[in-house]
Each structure stands twice: as structure tokens, then as C-alpha cells.
Design a protein around this ligand. Structure first.
Ligand code: ARG
Length: 561
């Protein structure tokens, strides 16, 4: 419908010789459906008051033979708005079309897009900080897939960093005189050993050095250390997978930084042969400064003077591998915004060295904060384990009402997911937000449970559809709901174009409020058949929209709640 209206409006602009592509937006004023604010933009260029232009356009529209078919009322208002109230017929014609379309008529795209999100580190349990990249990354993945793109997701495990050397050192000390093959430990052991070793390395420089030496050997392919590495990897990655599964976060590839090491010989030769590397105090670097930089962008360090490779090298090597294996049109990173300097350096190095010519994007997410507006911590000040957060949310919801205690376990897990994800995804991902467990678990307010509840309530009213939507609209709440449903296509397009799931979350909330209002004001019982049938069609479609968009956010509907 937006396209149609914009086309009609464009003709009206052209009649007065304004060559312009007007845009219409949903109006915030209750009595008005849409508005066009473009008279303001043309005012400067044509040296005319915006109101004069708006009046010209309105008068052009009114002369059209189709005016009454499309519009109920069009008017110009100070200082230059064009206000539009569309006809009921236009709403219904478009709604009928929309209902018959597959995927709400979104335009099909056909790109190959690699998505890098999650990014957990092996040997460390997932904590709250890992929640956002997983949830946001998966939502963007779902949206881009819905649009028809071929997406390839890769978790990009941090599997060869300093923590691996530290944990291996700890194991060797805890199991002296034992062959590496024969050493056995479990996840609990790992969960204790990593923080213990990490703390030890902070206070003891000598041990820290020894651990770093192990990490370096590991990176060089040491077979013995690799035995312990593999044991750590298996335990830790199984646990990470379990929690991602719970969150319905999935990856096509479980590659890690260590997989990039296989690419280094080939990539380093390429970089050397083409003279892209500079020596800087013994280290090999790629200069990435540009003359318009407002801040200092340090060189991208590829290899330290002792021969060790770094985080940046593994990201370059990974791009090298992705280009070779997938030849994608784009690579997207959903990683904490605090890593934006790293990605600036990487992206520049890639362009400069022509390792990959496709699009690169870093969507830097903000943090999940506690009530003090600082990154979420446990009461004792440590990072809160993701699993503990999940447990806390579940407990909160179970204790909300007595009947929740008897809920089906699977349904409960769906609700926990809805609470976590809707709390997160309603915010622009670039912003931090305060996670208030109480507030986000409530069935009222801008929460996941509220949307689920709306869906389930409406679902109970539905019967099988028979016949087509009539040409009537029965009252204001009905009209408002139909108009809101017509927005769905644009919302998905916008979320997909900007890679911002919060457009979908916010729309879901607004639609739910309107749908609740609709069924509270229009009782389904005792209605004439035609009205009843119309309402049934509209509410079924409403629920299809809710369900589809919830799924895009990774939220699934419980059987009951
Ligand atoms: N493991 C990294 C960290 O915890 C995040 C990885 C993000 N992805 C990437 N390709 N660099 O900081």
C-alpha cells in the first residue's frame, strides 16, 4: 500500500512540475493515517512556502477521478504537512492482497552472506556478555534468510588464545607424572581451573610467561599440548552447544580461530610477495592509517617479533578461508561494540591487501547492564554465568503466579527464551540496556510474555476461515488493526535493510496492543456471520504475522500459558 500511495502522490507532485519521489510515513496523530512531509524539502529548492506546495498537491489529488476510491480525506496543514486518511476500500483491497501473498510480499534477495556471531571462548563458561551477540546475530540471520539470502553462520570460537595455555598449565600441575592421554577431568574441573589460573597469572608474572609459552607452542602445532587442548575443547564446546541449543542459536560451522592457522602459510606468502607487510620494531604489521582519520588508527599487527600470531591475524586468515570456501557477497560480524577498533583495522587491512573485495560490516552491540547501569554482575561482582541467568529468569517466571508452577517444561523454556530475547531485541542493538528480570517477566508491558499471551488469547477465538474478506470495516479499533497489519511488509524490509531486529520487536508490541484492543472491543460471540467471518480472517492473519515475526526473533509459541 505504501508503494501505491507514493506512486499516486508522485503523480500529484509531477502535475505541479515538482520532480520528486515523495515518501509517506505513518502519522503519529490518531485521526490521520499517513502524512507526507516532503513539501518542506521542496520549499528551499523552489523558493515557495511549504504550505503553498502542500496545498497544490492536495488540490491536484482532489481533481483525480480515483480520489474517492483511494481517499477519505486529504488536507494540507500548517506549516506544510500533507495529511492523508485513506478510504476503507483501499485498506481492504490491500489487506486482501497482502493476505494472499507469500512471506507478506517482501522482495526476494539472493546474496551469500556469512554471519559471524556468538564468538565464545573455549574453556570459559558462557556469561551474560555472550548473550547479545548470540541473540542479535541469530535474529539477523533469520531475517536475512527469510528474505531469500543464502546465509552461512560461523561461531568463530576463541579456541587458541591465552586461556588455553593457562588451563593446560593448570592441568599439567594438577596431574603430575601422568601421560597426557591418560589425564581425565570433567566440566566442573574446567570451570574451576580457568578462573583459578586466570587469577594466578594476574599476580604471578613467571607463571603467566610459562602459560604464554604453552599457548605459543600450541599455536605452532605442538602435538603433545594438542592432546590436552582436544580434551578441553570437547568438554567446553559440548557445554557451549547445549546452552546455544537452549537459546535456539545455531551455526552452520563451528570453526575457531585455530582453523585460521591453517591458512597462514598461504596468506603470509601472499602478503610478503605483494609487500603489504612492514617491519615495526621487529613485528610485521599492515599500516591502516588514512589521511582523513580524526583519531589515531594503529597499524594492524600480523606477527609479533617472537613469531607469534595475534587475534587480528586469525580474523584475516578467517576471511581468507571464507573467501576461498564460500565466496560471499558480504561478511557480517555481530560482536561487542568495544571491539570496533579491531574491526576498523581488520576491514582496512583486507581492503588494502585485496584479500577480499566484498562487503564487510561490524554490528557492534552494547552491553546488558544491571540496575546500576553497569555491565551485569553477580552479587559478588563476578561475571554472571549465562546458565545462571537463565535459571534466575525461569525461577522468576515460575514464581509469578501459582499456576506457573504446573507449567509444561517445554513451554516454560519457550517463555524463558521469549523473556530474554524480547528484553534484548526491543532495543537498538548499538545501545546498552538494563536487564530487569521482574519487569521483563511480567505478562503486561513491553515484554515477551505479553506478545505470547496476546497470540494465545486470540488463537482461542479463531475458527476455520470460510469465504473472503468483505468490503466493510466495522469500527475504529477494527480499522486501526487493519492499517497496522498493512505495515508488516515495510517493517521486515526495514529490519533487513538496516540489519536491526528491534524494528520487528517494536512492531510486534504495537500490533499486540492494537490486537488486544480490538478483541476487547469486538466480541466474537453473537455476531452476524459476515462480520464474524471478517474478524476471523483478520485475527488469523494477525496471528500469522505475530508468529512469523516472533520466529524471526527466535521466539517460539508455547502450547499454553
Ligand atoms: N572470542 C572473541 C572475544 O571473546 C570474539 C570473537 C568475535 N569474532 C571475530 N571474528 N573476531 O572477544
Amino acid at each position: 500500500m505504501y508503494e501505491k500511495l507514493e506512486k499516486i502522490l508522485k503523480e500529484a507532485f509531477q502535475k505541479s512540475n515538482y520532480n520528486y519521489e515523495p515518501k509517506i510515513i505513518k502519522s503519529n496523530i490518531e485521526e490521520i493515517d499517513f502524512q507526507c512531509d516532503d513539501a518542506f524539502k521542496l520549499a528551499k529548492e523552489y523558493h515557495k512556502a511549504p504550505l503553498i506546495i502542500a496545498e497544490e498537491i492536495v488540490s491536484n489529488l482532489k481533481k483525480e477521478p480515483y480520489f474517492n476510491e483511494y481517499f477519505k480525506k486529504v488536507s494540507a496543514s500548517k506549516p506544510g504537512f500533507i495529511n492523508i486518511i485513506v478510504s476503507d476500500k483501499l485498506i481492504n483491497d490491500n489487506l486482501k492482497k497482502l493476505i494472499s501473498k507469500e512471506k507478506f510480499g517482501v522482495k526476494k534477495e539472493n546474496e551469500t552472506i556469512v554471519l559471524d556471531y556468538g564468538g565464545p571462548n573455549v574453556a570459559k563458561p558462557l556469561h551474560v556478555g555472550h548473550l547479545r551477540t548470540a541473540i542479535i546475530g541469530q535474529a539477523i540471520n533469520n531475517i536475512l534468510k527469510f528474505k531469500g539470502n543464502k546465509t552461512i553462520s560461523d561461531v568463530h570460537l576463541g579456541d587458541i588464545g591465552a586461556q588455553m595455555g593457562q588451563v593446560i598449565y593448570g592441568i599439567i600441575n594438577d596431574f603430575p607424572n601422568k601421560k597426557y592421554e591418560e589425564i581425565n577431568f570433567d566440566l566442573n574441573y574446567l570451570n574451576v581451573t580457568y578462573p583459578k589460573m586466570s587469577a594466578l597469572c594476574k599476580e604471578n608474572e613467571e607463571i603467566k610467561q610459562k602459560c604464554a609459552e604453552i599457548t605459543k607452542k600450541l599455536q605452532e602445532g605442538d602435538k603433545n599440548y594438542h592432546i590436552l587442548w582436544q580434551k578441553i575443547y570437547n568438554l567446553s564446546v559440548t557445554d557451549i552447544k547445549r546452552i546455544y541449543d537452549y537459546l535456539d542459536v545455531h551455526f552452520d560451522y563451528w570453526y575457531g580461530e585455530s582453523d585460521a592457522y591453517k591458512e597462514f602459510p598461504e596468506m603470509m606468502k601472499y602478503l610478503e610477495d605483494n609487500h603489504y607487510l612492514k617491519l615495526d620494531e621487529g613485528a610485521k604489521v599492515i599500516e591502516v592509517k588514512e589521511k582523513d582519520d580524526k583519531i589515531d588508527i594503529p597499524p594492524c599487527i600480523i606477527q609479533k617479533s617472537d613469531g607469534a600470531y595475534l587475534y587480528a591475524t586469525s580474523d584475516l586468515g578467517t576471511i581468507w578461508q571464507r573467501k576461498k570456501d564460500f565466496n560471499p557477497d558480504e561478511i557480517i560480524y555481530v560482536v561487542d561494540a568495544r571491539q570496533s577498533m579491531h574491526f576498523t583495522q581488520i576491514f582496512r587491512a583486507v581492503k588494502k591487501t585485496h584479500i577480499y573485495e566484498g562487503k564487510l560490516a561490524h554490528y557492534g552491540n552494547g552491553t546488558v547492564n544491571g540496575k546500576d547501569n553497569k555491565p551485569f554482575k553477580t552479587r559478588t561482582g563476578g561475571a554472571l554465568k549465562l546458565e545462571d541467568l537463565i535459571k534466575e529468569v525461569k525461577e522468576e517466571f515460575v514464581n509469578l503466579r501459582p499456576e506457573n508452577k504446573n507449567m509444561d517444561e517445554e513451554d516454560l523454556d519457550k517463555i524463558v527464551n521469549a523473556i530474554l530475547k524480547f528484553a534484548d531485541l526491543q532495543n537498538d542493538y548499538t545501545r546498552n540496556y538494563i536487564f530487569d528480570i521482574k519487569k521483563f517477566s511480567e505478562v503486561n508491558g513491553k515484554t515477551g510474555p505479553y506478545i505470547l499471551y496476546t497470540y494465545l488469547r486470540i488463537n482461542k477465538l479463531l475458527t476455520k476461515n470460510s469465504g473472503n474478506l468483505s468490503d466493510n470495516i466495522y469500527n475504529e479499533t477494527d480499522r486501526t488493526l487493519r492499517l497496522k497489519l498493512l505495515e508488516v511488509t515495510n517493517i521486515i524490509e526495514q529490519a533487513s535493510k538496516e540489519r536491526k531486529p528491534h524494528y520487528i520487536a517494536n512492531y510486534l508490541y504495537e500490533l499486540s496492543v492494537i490486537a488486544n484492543n480490538f478483541y476487547q472491543n469486538n466480541h466474537m460471540t453473537g455476531l452476524e456471520n459476515e462480520i464474524k467471518n471478517d474478524y476471523n480472517i483478520i485475527l488469523s492473519f494477525n496471528n500469522l504475522v505475530l508468529k512469523t515475526l516472533l520466529n524471526l526473533l527466535g521466539i517460539h509459541i508455547p502450547k499454553s500459558m
